[in-house]
Write a protein that binds this ligand. Structure first.
Ligand code: ADP
Ligand code: MG
Ligand code: ZN
Length: 470
């Protein structure tokens, strides 16, 4: 039997704000445990929440970046459940009236429908040591946006690859819009994955299984494929899929049942009596629209049309905002979009692969690229120089001079060498005159560069050779 797969995503991202969602504690990763806490965010009796306006603005900004409608009235509700990382025993969230509704995100050729983005507070973090667990409430109350795709509407996400493309693009948009940093290893972006199968062509939806809180895109990809196979096997054996929540164990490469059946009714949502409805005026929405930073799609257009880059270069440079920021900075000082892009898609990309830090100053990078373009250093020396100054405070120009890799021989000396080579290689010169093959010219330039240990300006040498033998 052939099956159609349907995938729904619930994606959480911690907003970039100075303070938490309902109190003035710092929203900061990495502080010492339980140092950013107050009666409000740990939920002491009588403490009253006050909504952080910036968190609402950031949620609206996220929505606008994804083409959502913004509700003029939004309501906060209590989602009641007990777990040690939630000391209030309820999470302030939104159910009936979230801030953003009806958006979409393009994946391949599909516009994947998205139900909503709502604003809620994050829970604390449990840290496990063997059989002991410790709690850090610093994260409790941090503003969190949850985006929920509409898996029941067409077109559907159907493969792990599509889900990862969705998440990658979403992360990129959040970062460019400035709403969230989405550092995966800090847990700033997390996804729950819902999967169901149905016989190919069937219109009825299959029972969904949810996998909660999977960290990292690679794990999500694996977990999705594992779940599709698991459900296929059950169905093929004539079994039925149980509606359940499963937990993905990345070390084992398998998932296990966490709990069965759970509906929104179980949480006894009700409007939080401590918080007023939020009124969002059209003027406010317009203001946020007007101050939206340039998003990846628009930047892509600019790179392709104004800078003349190709699709591949564009995607590589835009993938990480840090990288495209450095690229833009370099162009301010040295407007050679293609030449600079070439360094980004090769040398820079190679050095930041696997999450390595982008650690080169604009000044050093521009100096190196320009020096190669002007033939003041040879490309290979320049690559070594890039490695040498990468991650240091060294100045590329100073180091290049110290290392003696600059093409700083005087023209007189270079031309003497050149004349000598032309005489020695008279047969090659004759061959060039007969065949006019540019490779032969390059060979002659190479001979001069070797003889001068790379300290001649290759451009100048080329011109001079042409002048003499053409
Ligand atoms: P819950 O209340 O269990 O969280 P929701 O209705 O909020 O369920 O849906 C959670 C996610 O699962 C959404 O992205 C939704 O589109 C998706 N979803 C719902 N039904 C299915 C299904 N049959 N197959 C795959 N995904 C589904
Ligand atoms: Mg859910
Ligand atoms: Zn607090």
């Amino acid at each position: 039997m052939q099956y159609d797969v349907i995938i729904g995503l619930e994606v959480h991202a911690e907003l970039r704000t100075k303070t938490k969602c309902f109190c003035s504690c710092k929203n900061e990763y990495g502080s010492s445990p339980n140092s950013n806490c107050c009666p409000v965010c740990v939920g002491l009796p009588g403490a009253l929440p006050v909504l952080n306006k910036h968190a609402v603005e950031q949620t609206i900004r996220a929505g606008l970046a994804l083409g959502f409608e913004i509700n003029n009235t939004a309501i906060f509700e209590r989602k009641n459940y007990f777990y040690p990382d939630l000391s209030k025993a309820y999470q302030i969230s939104q159910l009936e009236k979230p801030i953003c509704i009806n958006g979409s995100l393009r994946v391949g050729e599909k516009d994947i429908p998205i139900n909503r983005i709502h604003l809620e507070e994050d829970a604390g973090k449990l840290v496990h040591f063997g059989s002991d667990s410790l709690i850090d409430y610093n994260r409790g109350g941090v503003p969190l946006i949850e985006l929920v795709t509409d898996a029941l509407k067409e077109p559907h996400m159907e493969t792990a690859d599509e889900a990862i493309e969705f998440l990658t693009k979403l992360r990129q948009i959040y970062i460019y819009a400035g709403v969230a940093d989405c550092e995966m290893e800090k847990g700033q972006m997390r996804a729950d994955v819902n999967i169901s199968l149905r016989p190919k062509g069937s219109k009825e939806f299959g029972t969904k299984v949810e996998m909660k809180n999977i960290m990292g895109f690679k794990s999500i990809h694996r977990a999705i494929n594992y779940e599709i196979e698991r459900q296929k096997e059950i169905l093929e054996d004539g079994g039925v899929i149980e509606q359940e929540t499963r937990k993905w164990d990345n070390d084992k490469g398998e998932s296990f049942t966490l709990r069965t059946k759970e509906n929104s009714e179980d949480y006894r949502y009700f409007p939080d009596p401590d918080l007023l409805a939020v009124n969002i005026s059209d003027e406010e929405i317009q203001k946020i629209k007007d101050t939206m930073p340039m998003l990846p799609n628009d930047m892509k257009k600019k790179y392709l049309e104004e800078y003349g880059l190709n699709e591949y270069d564009t995607d590589v440079i835009l993938a990480e905002k840090e990288v495209s920021d450095l690229y833009s900075e370099c162009l301010k000082d040295y407007f050679q979009p293609k030449s600079v892009a070439n360094w980004f898609t090769t040398e820079i990309l190679a050095r930041i692969k696997g999450g390595n830090k982008l650690d080169i100053s604009k000044e050093n990078l521009v100096w190196i690229i320009k020096s190669v373009d002007e033939k003041k250093i040879q490309r290979n020396s320049a690559k070594d120089l890039l490695t040498f100054v990468w991650g240091t405070n060294l100045n590329a120009e100073v180091e290049a001079k110290k290392q003696g890799i600059m093409a700083d021989l005087s023209s007189d000396i270079v031309f003497e060498v050149l004349d000598k080579i032309l005489k020695e290689k008279a047969d090659v010169v004759a061959q060039f005159k007969a065949e006019q093959d540019p490779k032969i010219l390059n060979f002659l330039v190479g001979q001069v560069m070797r003889e001068t240990r790379g300290k001649a300006n290759a451009g100048e040498v080329m011109e001079k050779i042409k002048e003499k033998i053409m």
